[in-house]
Design a protein around this ligand. Sequence first.
Ligand SMILES: [Zn+2]
Length: 509
Amino acid sequence: MVSTFLRGAQRLLCVVLAGTMTLAAAQGLPSLGDGSSMTTAAERKLGARIARELYRDPDYIDDAVLEDYVQSIWQPLLAAARQRGELTSEQDERYAWEILMGRDRTINAFALPGGYLGLHLGLIGAVSSRDELASVLAHELTHVTQRHISRLMEQSSRVTPWAIGAMILGALAVSRSPDAASAVIMGAQGAAVQSQLNFSRDMEREADRIGYGVATQAGFDPAGFVSMFDKLQQASKLNDNGSFPYLRSHPLTTERMADMQARQALLERRPAPTQPDLVHGMMAARARVLSNPGPDRLRSWVGEAGTLGPVPAAQAAPVLYAGALSASRLRDDEAARGLVQRLRVAVQADPKALRQAALLDAELRSAAGDAAGALAALAVIPADQAGRPELLLAAPLQIRSGQAAEVAQRLQARVALDARDAAAWQQLASAYAQQGQTLRAIRAEAEQQVARLDYAGALDRFKAAQNYARGPRQGNAPGDHIEASIIDVRARAIEAIVKEQEKERQAER
Ligand SMILES: [Zn+2]
């Protein structure tokens, strides 16, 4: 299979769907017949099927720090969309509202069926403020809430949803390997139909208009939309080198530009923020370093940070952050330590930025094998600021230092809050294993697979847990009999899902 997360995704969802339809039609796949529209539940299932493959992709990245940052923008957008009635309670309940990040350096974000969204690190690394990132996410959010994706699929209802899913996956795979085969498949025929099935101009304008309202209500500076447009427009003037796939699927039509200029004219000039947003600069730097640059690039970031003169914190923070993280990746722990200390000093007046510096310090110490130092770095973060990144960073260190029971308690609280937190399940499995609670550990492993939508893999682990419970070592740990009955219930539920998926696969043939 192909190895990168939507690499060269010249085709965002709309485009992907387009190529898809051609292929599906050409292969004479079964049709829905009555042209009935897709329910939100069916759309969610379809999205989950695509997301499952993205989770397995080596370029998928579950980075707690960036995830936390993106969520700090995404959750207010969702709340504003709810308040404005753009996001119905049915959508709220049925859709995933999940953002999957990919290491790809291209500037891209896209909406998939069922409320799954894709976000490339390249985009986080390229935007200059959280307001700009909010403008892109609000636009994509609106494609979902306005059911633009569903409408595109309804237009193509001659093809079953499951065939569409298979075809989207096929097209994504093809789009990632820019070789001869893809050129053949996405050739003339695909191109002709693509244009019909892209989001329409009206849909794009609607996503701009409603997205603008949502982002503004969520408290983001409307200027973020304007500067993002400027950025895209600048890019569109340059040669298309493939690093702006976002433009290809969201072309800046004259209408979109005119709409935005009209909105800009109505903008009240906001006073310039009294404090620069240090956190965004640091997060953008992180995204750039984590998007797989080569060692030369990493070395140049280390060099740049090393020779940085006295500059304001807003300039220093991203450079020092990128330098420290790059040095750590190059295994130059001493340089990393020096740069992260300079970073802490540079941002000391800003509590949120200081938290990011402390997290980075802990991460780098942990990577260098200094568990005690890492935990000490985390300890300075005030409890009211600490969240999932702190929890997941500390967990493996504390498990190894004999605090598995306390860690397990905190992780249980975390998965109770969000059962889809695969990383928390994974840590929980090792916390249980460390305490000799094998049965619970196997169940946590199973739940980790469920969180990644790999139901067959999960069923495998649940069966292993059942075998263990019936084996000679059963009842080793306190509460094992209760655990065993939970496992039976979960195994039955997951088995039902696996069977249903199997049936659906059969029906597709
Ligand atoms: Zn769009």
